[in-house]
Design a protein around this ligand. Structure first.
Ligand SMILES: Cc1cc2nc3c(=O)[nH]c(=O)nc-3n(C[C@H](O)[C@H](O)[C@H](O)COP(=O)(O)O)c2cc1C
Length: 181
């Protein structure tokens, strides 16, 4: 069976909701899923055994959050031995604004994955429109972007964003099976 770890930081819970949706999709795709907050102590051996690692962070100041960056930097020893080489990698971010410079977060994660020698999987859904019920309404192909905004009552990330995340989880599991299974 394919094992997928979803490593995320979430201060207020919205990014966690997205992580959980990706996890549900990955399970439907036939994977065993490990949802891991990067705030907790990391079980590196578990990550080494996984076929795919999915990275999730809120967008903070157009960047990954500090706790997520700490996880990235803490993986330096893993990088030295290239333990994650040829594993599948994927990423997602949630933020307040429609843009909010979320793309920079996904690019950071993709470069991080490349440094580890991993194989990056982008989002698979074409945008069906731009309403809160639409798939990939933010038109992100590098990874999944979701948006939540208390002021306009889009909070937590709306149905379409959660479905996009679910589909991403299925896609990651299917790609892992196809490439590594
Ligand atoms: C320090 C800080 C910086 C933020 N920077 C951005 C930003 O650059 N772009 C944006 O759209 N939202 C920004 N936000 C809003 C968060 O991305 C948003 O509240 C997100 O939903 C938080 O995720 P969480 O609920 O998982 O903690 C920022 C929030 C904080 C606390």
């Amino acid at each position: 069976m394919i094992n997928i770890a979803i490593l995320y930081h979430s201060e207020k819970g919205r990014t966690k909701i997205v992580a959980e949706e990706i996890g549900k999709g990955a399970m439907v795709g036939g994977a065993e899923v490990h949802l891991i907050s990067v705030i907790a102590e990391i079980d590196w051996d578990l990550l080494h055994r996984c076929d795919a690692l999915v990275f999730g962070s809120p967008t903070y100041m157009g960047s990954v959050s500090a706790p997520f960056k700490k996880f990235m930097d803490d993986s330096g020893n893993v990088w030295m031995k290239h333990v994650w080489k040829d594993k599948i990698a994927a990423g997602f971010t949630n933020s307040h604004s429609y843009s909010g410079d979320k793309l920079n977060v996904l690019v950071q994660m993709a470069i991080f994955a490349a440094q580890h020698g991993m194989i990056w999987v982008g989002s698979g859904d074409m945008p069906t429109g731009s309403t809160p019920d639409d798939l990939n309404r933010l038109g992100s192909f590098m990874g999944v972007m979701t948006q939540s905004d208390t002021a306009i009552a889009i909070d937590p990330p709306p149905l379409g964003d959660r479905k996009t995340a679910f589909n991403y989880g299925m896609r990651i599991a299917e790609m892992a099976k196809k490439l590594l299974g």
